[in-house]
Ligand binder design. Sequence first.
Ligand code: SF4
Length: 331
Amino acid sequence: MSGPLLEVEGLKVEFDTWDGRVRVLDGVSLSVSPGETLGIVGESGCGKSMTALAVMGLVPKPAGHVTGGAIRYRGEDLVKASDGRMRDLRGNRIAMIFQEPMTSLNPVFTVGDQIAETARLHLGLSPAEARKRAVEMLRAVHIPEAERRVAEYPHQFSGGMRQRVMIAMALACEPEVLIADEPTTALDVTVQAQIFDLLEELRAAEGTAIVLITHDMGATAEMADRVVVMYAGRKVEEGPVDAILGNPAHPYTQGLLACRPNLQLGHAAARPQLHEIPGVVPPLHLLGRGCAFADRCPRAMPRCGEAFPPAYDVGESHAAACWLLEEARAA
Ligand code: SF4
């Protein structure tokens, strides 16, 4: 297939809260093609996970509403799809892995039963075939002694192994799109690297499109082909990973990159300074009409509080929403 497999265009999601209707996603657009990894980065509360839930048709109801935009999978608008159609697509064509596998795995069933159930439901396999598929999938995610471990329960696996089981379950039906929401947050650094290697291996082998949601710029650098940076429910920058990491145009992206620890060993006296972006993401019900980052931005100008900036092209397939870019053009 040429062109994007999954396209989100102008997506708006709102929630009913005690403070009234709050817009949590405001005009988010992104796309991912077969065999590509798209990183979505930003702090907690910026809308990354909500974007993923909307794609999966899992915006919590009755409080949440998709109020605008489109989510197209192979051209079909999922915003208009029935619940039955979404159930069919979920897990089958579009799968998701979550950050804490223990909350997603059922503790009273063996991992084999859980993977087999997914394969049986979505692929229509017989119980024996589904069992065989479970063993194959455990092997595919490099779980040693898969034939024996298929009969074990989630608590008998380490955190890293449980995340591998989640990946095995997500991939059991050979989805075309895999959304990984902070898949390594709860894991040791060495296990994180193994999980990323595994995702990369599966992407290369199966041509799966991966949407990697993370706050970790290191993980993004390692995995992503393209990156979308989100802040307070909006996309603020998008571009190829090299451009985003090497030439970030938005002050928020620049701040995120400056927060990365820069380890230089052998110079104990000159310990690198840790940077931080002052303040926190503002409550969404308090957002005004200007740039949501203005309160934290070291380069904010009076006009930043007046209107949200449009996206300006800053390079090939690289754009950012910041008034500084218009000023730079004018200069
Ligand atoms: Fe900072 Fe203004 Fe750009 Fe927003 S629009 S990021 S406040 S300079």
